[in-house]
Design a protein around this ligand. Sequence first.
Ligand code: FAD
Length: 457
Amino acid sequence: MSDLAGMDRPSLLKPQREVPHVHEPKVANKSTPYWWEAAPVMPLPPQPLARTVDVAIVGAGYAGLSAGLALAREGRSVAAFDAMNPGEGASSRNGGITSGSIRLDYATITRRFGEEKAMAIEAEGKVAREFLYDFIKSEKLDCDFQLVGLFKGAIGYEQYEKMARGAEALARKLGIESYAVPYAKQRDYVGTDFYRGGMVRMDIGGLHPAKFHAELLRVALASGLAVHSNTPVTSIERDSSGFRVATSAGTVQARQVLVCTNGYTDGANPFLRRRLVPVRSRIIATEELAPELMARLMPKRMMMGEGRELGFYYRPSPDGRRILLGGRDSSRAGDPAAPTLRLRNGLGEIFPELENVRLSHSWFGNVAMHRDMLPRIFEKDGVVYATGFCGSGVVWAPWVGTRAAHKLMGHGEQARTAFDFRPPAAVPFYRGNPWFIPAVIKGYALQDRIAWWRASR
Ligand SMILES: Cc1cc2nc3c(=O)[nH]c(=O)nc-3n(C[C@H](O)[C@H](O)[C@H](O)COP(=O)(O)OP(=O)(O)OC[C@H]3O[C@@H](n4cnc5c(N)ncnc54)[C@H](O)[C@@H]3O)c2cc1C
């Protein structure tokens, strides 16, 4: 039972006032990630290419490095290749929210994969988050991690009731500290009247994503992992002793291969490219705000999410001086101003006080979506893949990458995961040009408008 009963329900469900579009030629000072100010991504010193290795890893983001670390610590010779600077993919650009969420709801997972699998997937989110937190602590990773909790805002009372039931189920089934927040108490969590209450879960926090990647790279290199930056893998061919992995720096013979390219998968892997669709996600950062304003808008310094399909996620910067807000970006080329303006208007809808705030940074990166919408390990023609994180890889990529490493080493128990199953289905008529993304995003926006309309009836 939720605590709405008897509450004074304000009837206004739309944003209190229409926010005019901002017409400024310059929407943010910088188009590089705010995170790179403290932890810039950099090339590694060139090093000779080993002729043979036990394992070759394609991609040196969170997934590739976590796998490489686990393998190297077990004495395997491992070379990881990245087409860019390590971390320059999504792993140094993200919001740093340790959500570990799954885009499919429990009912859909149960319908598709059965009750047992659905339960296992739900329970694994908790284990994967704890794995990340233990890893940060035990390795003493300097990445501004704070387990502050997450508030998720409801766009109407129906959604609030659903969230309240969800919070109660999380606490009962998984022992996660989670609870509903009625509208009357909302301002204790977020300085806005935009939502109609929400829910809190205390098992989610925030980290500095680029520092986390840099620290992961540090421990992986110290463990003996060879990381080759700006060295794309151009083909992988099977032969009698394993695989011939061709890179821009030469060819290496590998007994096993792990692919961790997620939203940056290129034409070198046409099989994966037909299955993962890169979708842009964008984040804006405000300039520094007054401490009193920050204390009013984000009193508990929590991570923030929303119940909308195309909802925003937002958070304070680790030093508590700025707000960073992210959301989908339907552009496919260049760096147009419109997506930044959409996010900026969204920020102004939530916090009217920030309507005219200046932005210091606006940047985007790719997340990988696919038809099954579940992160996964799978195998195809002997190559193992750890990928498909659907915008929630801060928790999933280290977890799935590490499980994939144990799978390669034949470790039964440590490799066990509910995410080890078949390859995702190919996307029909898709060969690497996601022409349909703007239409899909418009579809979600329409669903959100309908939800607003229903909530305000
Ligand atoms: C703007 C944004 C916000 C996000 N916010 C959050 C968040 O708050 N919380 C959350 O959980 N997740 C978030 N994510 C998602 C998260 O960042 C990713 O899921 C995660 O970083 C994926 O890690 P990865 O190692 O699989 O891939 P990546 O970090 O993307 O690394 C893949 C690497 O593969 C390399 N590569 C590709 N092809 C080749 C090739 N042929 N040869 C060699 N290398 C190759 C690329 O250069 C790239 O560096 C966000 C993502 C973005 C873009």
